[in-house]
Design a protein around this ligand. Structure first.
Ligand SMILES: [Zn+2]
Length: 114
């Protein structure tokens, strides 16, 4: 099944995008995302570092803080992975990333302070 790489709508067989407008927006979005990848990775690595520090020292607020950091990074910089883009289209992949980020934030608060 062929889907538009940006909006996820079905396309004519062999076409990667449903329209020129989608193709243009996709190109710009990917460029923007690529520029932010460094920040994204830094946020994720820091979040995982804090999370593990919390796990090893058995401090719940530290674990919660790590999860919050991960969640905030994903919500602020919802970089869609190539796999989810192929599956869902860029726009939906980004929405999914945001939802997962919010779930992480919820988990972080719950782990750290309840
Ligand atoms: Zn489209």
């Amino acid at each position: 099944m062929d889907r538009c790489g940006f909006c996820g709508k079905k396309t004519a067989p062999g076409e990667s995008f449903c329209s020129q407008a989608c193709q243009d927006r996709y190109g710009r979005a990917i460029k923007r995302d690529t520029a932010k990848t460094g920040w994204f990775l830094a946020g994720i690595l820091l979040g995982i570092g804090v999370l593990f520090a919390g796990v090893f020292s058995q401090r719940d607020p530290l674990m919660g803080g790590g999860l919050l950091l991960l969640g905030a990074t994903v919500v602020l910089l919802p970089l869609a992975t190539p796999e989810t883009v192929v599956l869902l289209g860029w726009r939906r992949a980004r929405l999914l990333a945001r939802v997962l980020g919010l779930a992480l934030l919820g988990m972080g608060v719950w782990t750290g302070w309840f």
